[in-house]
Design a protein around this ligand. Structure first.
Ligand SMILES: NC(=O)c1ccc[n+]([C@@H]2O[C@H](COP(=O)([O-])OP(=O)(O)OC[C@H]3O[C@@H](n4cnc5c(N)ncnc54)[C@H](OP(=O)(O)O)[C@@H]3O)[C@@H](O)[C@H]2O)c1
Length: 408
């Protein structure tokens, strides 16, 4: 046994929360490639019952759960006669997280993933954490629960996974800082005026990564990097001023760790989430993936630059939330989710996403966070205040990106 992980002969019993999403389907794809190595306890999703049922049948899962109760008849009918237990509703997703498994993928998007991921952490074993919002909103609760339950959290986010691979945790005193790389998203070179005219479809078209809608828009605003900054703080127990961000448009260097002797270690690879997912699935060993091998000679050159704080104020908003502490991070996250939804619905412009988040933070006095209820209250507060601001914008009261910058 290695840290509660079975020997190489053993089959790893796995659960995938958010199985029908971008990270989830990649995880399912890798599990399906090595049927002798994995057995599937539970799969959970939001509302895509048809895909979830197909995945459950293909992988021979013991249990399948959809959060959306309206999707229950479809899931029930699709799994009738298979022997696979099925259920629907929020409690069913929690049940999926609680069932005994050695390894759980936490890939539900947004704050909806908080409670199920925390259930999986409490059960112990290994939790591969993709749901960054969980750490952003409740980082201390997660790390404390993980310690108590003897749960090993493995980061799935490519940047944090890269750092995890080169971070000498046993000799932390040798580490100076960590450096998160950022592609800069699809609008990296645009002016504020050009960005202001961009549509949701253009914001979702990420140049390097194929991802879900919400994270793709977060990449375009660079809020994704801000959330990752907070995530990195919790995962690697480093203060905000020892976490740098470096724009690297090719997404080949996935992140770096800088040591006190001047050494800088990095993990490189093709931009394909199957590499960090496979790292987590097989940890502490490795598994083969169909990921395109990195050909540095063909790539030729790699570019790096500092992030532009004026055109991408979301990054600084996240830094500020981390510095302020208390409930600022879940308020920021809730406000961002509400603002992104409003942008996708065509209610606000692209550059107004950051402005809504900045204005929400200014209007919400910081309060302490003691438990999950306080996290949900902060999330609800962020969403409510952001929704009010969105309504004002819709009614003709403009907010601009310059306003977002002014909050720093
Ligand atoms: N995509 C990436 O490359 C990537 C990289 C790093 C980190 N992440 C993080 O990983 C997480 C997932 O991202 P994604 O891109 O895979 O998102 P996505 O494609 O939108 O998938 C989200 C998943 O969550 C499920 N879901 C939504 N609401 C739910 C609920 N209330 N209860 C249970 N399941 C629910 C969805 O189910 P249905 O589809 O059935 O509704 C789907 O399976 C996010 O936190 C993201 O920040 C993603």
């Amino acid at each position: 046994m290695v840290d509660g992980v079975s020997s190489s002969q053993d089959v790893r019993r796995v659960t995938v929360l958010g199985a029908t999403g971008s990270v989830g389907t990649n995880t399912v794809d890798l599990i399906a490639r090595e049927p002798d190595r994995f057995s599937v306890e539970a799969l959970a999703g939001g509302s895509n019952a048809a895909l979830l049922a197909r995945q459950a049948r293909d992988l021979g899962a013991a249990f399948a759960a959809v959060a959306d109760e309206a999707a229950w008849p479809e899931l029930r009918d699709a799994l009738a006669g298979t022997g696979i237990e099925a259920a629907a509703g929020r409690e069913a997703v929690l049940e999926a997280a609680r069932r005994p498994a050695d390894w759980t993928m936490g890939a539900i998007v947004g704050a909806a993933g908080l409670a199920p991921t925390l259930e999986a952490v409490r059960r112990g074993g290994i939790v591969a954490l993709a749901n960054k919002e969980a750490l952003v909103c409740a980082g201390h609760l997660f790390t404390e629960e993980a310690e108590r339950a003897g749960c090993r959290i493995l980061p799935v986010d490519s940047e944090h996974n890269a750092i995890y691979q080169v971070f000498d945790d046993a000799r932390r005193e040798g580490i100076d800082k960590i450096i998160l790389t950022a592609s800069g998203g699809p609008f990296r070179t645009l002016s504020i005026d050009e960005m202001a005219r961009k549509t949701p479809a253009e914001a979702v078209a990420h140049p390097n990564w194929s991802m879900g809608v919400k994270i793709s828009i977060d990449s375009a605003t660079m809020m994704n990097k801000g959330l990752e900054l907070i995530e990195a703080h919790h995962l690697f127990a480093l203060p905000e001023d020892r976490i740098d961000v470096l724009v690297h448009p090719q997404s080949v260097v996935h992140s770096l760790v800088s040591y006190i002797d001047g050494s800088v270690l990095a993990q490189l690879g093709s931009p394909d989430m199957r590499t960090p997912i496979a790292y987590c699935l097989a940890w502490p060993r490795r598994m083969t993936t169909p990921v395109e091998r990195l050909d540095l000679a063909a790539i030729g050159g790699l570019e790096f630059s500092a992030p532009d704080r004026l055109r991408f104020p979301s990054l600084e908003l996240a830094r500020e939330a981390l510095r302020v502490g208390g409930d600022a991070a879940p308020v920021l996250n809730g406000a961002n989710e509400a603002a992104v939804e409003a942008f996708v619905a065509g209610r606000i412009g692209f550059t107004q996403i950051a402005a809504v988040v900045a204005e929400t933070l200014q209007r919400c006095p910081t309060e302490p966070i003691g438990d999950l209820d306080a996290v949900y209250a902060a999330d609800a507060k962020g969403r409510r205040v952001a929704a009010d601001i969105v309504s004002v914008i819709e009614a003709g009261g403009g907010l601009s990106i310059a306003h977002a910058g002014a909050a720093n």
